[in-house]
Ligand binder design. Structure first.
Ligand SMILES: NC(=O)c1ccc[n+]([C@@H]2O[C@H](COP(=O)([O-])OP(=O)(O)OC[C@H]3O[C@@H](n4cnc5c(N)ncnc54)[C@H](O)[C@@H]3O)[C@@H](O)[C@H]2O)c1
Length: 463
């Protein structure tokens, strides 16, 4: 990839015109200087931000592909109880948009406005007077422009993952949220999974002692999806793998890990180092399938190590090329306990020093911890949600319920603009490190210095 194009992708659109090349090699010092070029003044003022209560949240959904249609299925309970209404749908693929409208008809008697006559028609949806919340389920390149425009038009916005993949876009999202006082969140559903919420509850109850290390990942064999000509509109996701190398899907692993570590609520990422393996699996499969897309740039497995300001470490992996069972790893290491995911196992240290025979908890002991420390939100929502489709084992419903109810009640949301940006920014930073021989890259402080001052973990609240 041409270096100018690389820097535009990683740093942001403005960089191409603002620098010509004094830099021969990307090294730590150069990387840090480059990051400074796109930095914006932010204040952290969206921490604990609550807007006026919205008794019925009127939603405009952009992108009615796989994800958009499945998120509609999280709404029946919210619609039935008058908490939400989907008032507009947009997709440039009219057939998919109509399928989404058809699905919605099963749950909702009012008819949404329909958009999608061209790739900018979503702006008309955003401008529709009665839209309170814009839900963005499009390919990645649209997330930031749609979120920015939404806020500028006075709307709250919730975007699918990742909310941005250039550093400049990360800054712009925060700057715009702070300026417009609109909620801007990335809807990271894995933060709402039963197991992750159970671990978070145990962290808060002190079961793990002091946390030293976590591991998260997105290990998901997506070869069939990526190479299909139908699954992702225009094979948009495969194109990313042809043009970039790093960790493109940080947030499913990093979101929950960041909650365990109090990132943005007492700690922050300080620096990272990232390395990708060689690429073999996707191109080999493409060749075997007769696909013309054999020129893959993204390595099969990316490993990124992040150190926090308070000295904790995170190991994050990304691999969607290799045939293997799904995993987000979900490892958590503390001074009193250790958890490993996939499958979930727990070790609790009883303080006794032994030479041999350290064992994971027996199933009955494990179950007792599971029962005792289940997140109260899950107990509460289980009875509500059992009659409804829940999505990804339940977490999608819990996420959508919490988002809509926080807006109904005029409460700060569980996730904020800083969370979405911090978790997403690891993608371009990983690319910068990969291309410069895994050199250490500083992670900008996107919170205006407030990461240490706001310790409310909203996702732990009972609402
Ligand atoms: N959180 C999760 O568990 C999860 C799961 C799947 C996908 N996702 C995310 O959801 C997003 C969408 O993924 P997907 O699998 O649904 O992809 P998809 O290709 O099935 O759907 C994207 C849709 O956006 C539409 N679109 C593209 N440009 C548009 C425009 N300018 N205006 C209106 N519509 C436009 C496309 O026509 C398509 O129907 C991605 O960001 C992905 O990362 C998240």
């Amino acid at each position: 990839m041409k270096r100018k194009h690389f820097l535009q992708t990683v740093l942001g659109a403005s960089i191409g015109s603002s620098i010509t090349y004094p830099f021969q090699n990307l090294d730590k010092q150069t990387n840090d200087q480059l990051l400074k070029l796109v930095e914006r003044p932010v204040t952290g003022s969206m921490y604990a931000y609550a807007d006026e209560a919205i008794p019925k949240v009127r939603v405009g959904l952009i992108g009615c592909g796989n994800r958009g249609k499945s998120l509609i299925e999280m709404f029946p309970y919210l619609i039935e109880n008058g908490f939400a209404e989907i008032v507009a749908l947009c997709d440039i693929r009219i057939e998919e948009r109509n399928k989404a409208a058809e699905k919605l008809r099963q749950y909702q008697s009012t008819v949404p406005s329909l958009y999608g006559k061209d790739e900018n028609d979503w702006q008309q949806l955003v401008k529709q007077d009665d839209v309170d919340l814009v839900l963005i389920c499009t390919p990645w390149r649209w997330h930031t422009p749609m979120a920015l425009y939404g806020m500028e038009q006075g709307k709250h916005v919730a975007s699918e993952v990742p909310i941005a993949y250039s550093i400049e876009d990360c800054w712009k999202l925060i700057e715009t949220a702070e300026k417009t006082r609109r909620h801007c969140i990335m809807i990271e559903n894995c933060c709402y999974n039963d197991e992750e919420l159970w671990l978070l509850n145990m962290v808060k109850e002190g079961v793990f002692g002091d946390i030293t290390h976590t591991e998260g990942a997105y290990l998901h064999d997506l070869r069939a999806h990526l190479l299909s000509e139908d699954y992702y509109e225009g094979q948009w996701r495969l194109m990313q793998h042809k043009e970039r190398d790093g960790n493109f899907y940080t947030t499913h692993g990093l979101g929950p890990c960041s909650m365990y570590l109090d990132i943005g609520r007492g700690d922050r990422y300080d620096h990272l180092s990232s390395m990708s393996s060689r690429e073999l699996n996707l191109s080999k499969t493409a060749k075997a399938q007769g696909s013309p897309h054999t020129d893959i740039m993204c390595g099969d497995l990316n490993t990124t190590l992040i150190k926090t300001a308070k000295g904790k470490s995170i190991m994050l992996q990304f691999d969607v090329h290799t045939g293997r069972p799904y995993s987000r790893i979900n490892k958590l290491v503390g001074t009193n306990a250790v958890h490993d995911g996939y499958p979930s196992k727990l070790y609790v240290d009883n303080g006794e020093l032994i030479y041999w025979g350290h064992k994971w908890l027996e199933p009955n002991e494990y179950d007792a911890y599971k029962e005792k420390y289940r997140h109260p939100m899950i107990n509460k929502l289980e009875s509500i949600s059992k009659n409804f489709k829940q999505g990804h084992g339940g977490m999608d419903f819990v996420m959508m319920y919490r988002l809509i109810r926080c807006l109904n009640l005029g409460l700060p949301l569980d996730l904020n603009v800083y969370d979405g940006v911090m978790w997403s920014a690891i993608t371009p930073l990983s690319e910068l490190s990969v291309v410069s021989k895994s050199t250490s890259v500083v992670v900008p402080d996107f919170t205006g210095g407030l990461w240490d001052k706001h310790n409310v973990v909203e996702i732990m609240r009972d609402i």
